[in-house]
Design a protein around this ligand. Structure first.
Ligand code: MRU
Length: 548
């Protein structure tokens, strides 16, 4: 066979029978719908993208069979398509591919075949693009070292049609000379890792060692794994990932050891219509897969078995999901932990009293923000909510509600390149902002001469013009005021007051945003202690306070 593991030849789908590997490379010709379904069910053809394409060829066969004198019996073909799509429930690619070619059935078998061949051609390109994106990400996450990567199941050219996803990423990393060694999980009970991944890695000349599934956590604990790379069978809208049983345990262990856990998949594996992983149907397979090994019984006859073929890893454990479009979900637990650390520190100073105040960090098109109504003294990394910068909406599937003041944060992210925002209620700054406010209107407080002005991050070390926004009960209105102001004032300082409310500061990272907020509070304390603010009134709309 050539590089593609799936070929169309004279009315039949021709593939490698994956059940025979690694000992026997035997060709499998599938020329009936029942043969295609059986091959998918018995894992002769397996892997999410591969079963999708095989299913589409099944629809080609069904359309040809149910065409008499040029007329397609559409109802009969659609019934066959339903049977094919149901052959395995978990990988969304099967349903996706069958749905895609179904639309061509009325045009006849040649049209269904043309669509399927397009899909086949796309698959190799898409996998290479996803793998290249993932390799770039992994090298960014784990720079400057030859990598020791752990992988699970088989995600190579057998599981797709060509190149592979997680294994494709190993191919790209290997081409770049960035692989020291791959640790291959055996992948009980059907041994896709032991039988197929080792075979593909040997074929590609990528150094590897095989290990039992239960050694993976220990390999991480003993410093032998830099990164975990796996494929996926379905990625739901909130970033939960269904993949081969054992993946969830790997993600938990990787999180415990601070090891990046990266999922590589084509866009066709993403299921935008499914909100969370709780809705995924996990295939359960026959007991004999567990009660025996290599044809020999290893458990007493009649032993009851739990044999799920997949598990669902919560999105929060996944460092990133990467497709041909780039990183589509990113989850850096260090953001949540860093936010929680700073929140607890600011709480102890009395600047986030009770549940007040909120902190966020930007992650590409999203931001991670503190959840609503939580005591800032007890915050943990699990108390964060991911929201979209564009419209402040939480990414679906999260249980917590984001901070009620999220719109203040996203207004900053939409208008500045800031990476972190701190919104707090320190007493001196809040009091000064309140005293300086003009009810219902935006005003500016000018503070001059204090050395601490330099700490606010502005261009002028001697003068700080800080806007004082009115405090509307409708928080999005405050966000809208801030957004408008920042658009109109490209040189504005990265700090602001909200009268009767508190302050907001931002920066390139969380410590910088926090430092700016600290400087503003310290400045306001100085101004307050030196006495009544002197208003010089150079301009009606500016209240000026300084040493001179
Ligand atoms: O039961 P399988 O072998 O079909 O399960 C396959 C997996 O779980 C793969 O990791 C997944 O389909 C990705 S293949 C690129």
């Amino acid at each position: 066979m050539n590089d593609s593991s799936l070929l169309w030849d004279d009315g039949a789908l021709v593939t490698i029978d994956q059940r025979g590997l690694p000992h026997e490379v035997r060709e499998l010709r599938l020329s009936t719908v029942d043969q295609v379904i059986d091959a998918i069910r018995t894992l002769a053809v397996r892997g999410a993208p591969a079963i999708g394409i095989a299913g589409a060829f099944g629809v080609v066969i069904a359309t040809a069979v149910h065409t008499v004198e040029g007329v397609v019996d559409e109802a009969a073909v659609q019934a066959e398509a339903d049977r094919i799509a149901a052959a395995r429930p978990t990988a969304v690619n099967l349903a996706w591919a069958v749905r895609r070619v179904r639309q061509k059935v009325a045009e006849g078998a040649d049209a269904v075949l043309a669509e399927t061949l397009d899909m086949l051609a796309e698959d190799g390109r898409v996998n290479r693009a996803a793998a290249t994106n993932a390799a770039d990400l992994v090298q960014g996450l784990c720079p400057d070292r030859p990598l020791r990567v752990l992988t699970h199941c088989n995600t190579g050219r057998l599981a797709t049609s060509a190149f592979g996803t997680a294994i494709g990423t190993l191919r790209v990393l290997s081409e770049r000379g960035a692989i020291e060694q791959v640790l291959v999980d055996e992948t009980r009970p059907l041994l896709q890792g032991a039988r197929l991944t080792t075979w593909e890695l040997a074929e590609a000349g990528i150094p590897h060692r095989l290990t039992i599934d239960s050694a993976a956590a220990w390999a991480m604990a003993t410093g032998q794994v830099d990164c975990v790379l796996v494929g996926a069978d379905r990625v739901t809208a909130n970033g939960d990932v269904a993949n081969k049983i054992g993946t969830y345990g790997l993600a938990l262990a990787a999180r415990h050891h601070g090891i990046p856990f990266v999922v590589v998949a084509p866009e066709s594996t993403r299921d935008a219509d499914m909100t969370t992983g709780r809705e995924i149907v996990v295939e359960e397979r026959a007991a004999h897969e567990v009660t025996g090994f290599g044809g020999t019984a290893t458990a007493p006859a009649q032993t009851e078995v739990f044999n799920p073929a997949f598990d669902v890893t919560p999105g929060e454990l996944v460092t990133a999901v990467v497709t041909e479009n780039g990183v589509v979900h990113r989850n850096d637990p260090s953001h949540g932990a860093a936010i929680a650390d700073i929140a607890r520190e600011l709480y102890r100073r009395g600047w986030m009293p009770g549940t007040a105040g909120n902190i966020s960090v930007r992650t590409d098109a999203n931001a991670v923000v503190t959840g609503s109504g939580l005591s800032k003294g007890e915050l943990t990394e699990r108390d964060m909510v991911t929201v979209r910068v564009a419209d402040s909406a939480p990414v679906s599937g999260q249980e917590r509600k984001p901070s009620a003041e999220t719109t203040i944060h996203t207004a900053v992210y939409r208008t500045r390149s800031a990476q972190a925002v701190v919104h707090i209620h320190p007493p001196f700054a809040t009091a000064l902002a309140t005293r300086s406010a003009v009810p219902g209107a935006l005003t500016t407080l000018r503070i001059t001469d204090y050395e601490l002005i330099k700490g606010l991050g502005g261009a002028d070390p001697a003068v700080a013009d800080i806007p004082v926004f009115p405090n509307w009960p409708d928080v999005p209105r405050i966000g809208a005021d801030i957004e408008r102001y920042l658009l109109d004032h490209p040189d504005a300082l990265p700090v602001l007051f909200i009268a009767g409310h508190g302050i907001t500061a931002w920066g390139d990272n969380l410590p910088q945003a926090r430092d700016r907020a600290e400087c503003l509070e310290a400045l306001c304390e100085l101004v307050s202690r030196i006495g009544s603010p002197a208003a010089f009134g150079a301009r009606d709309d500016i209240l000026e306070i300084g040493l001179t």
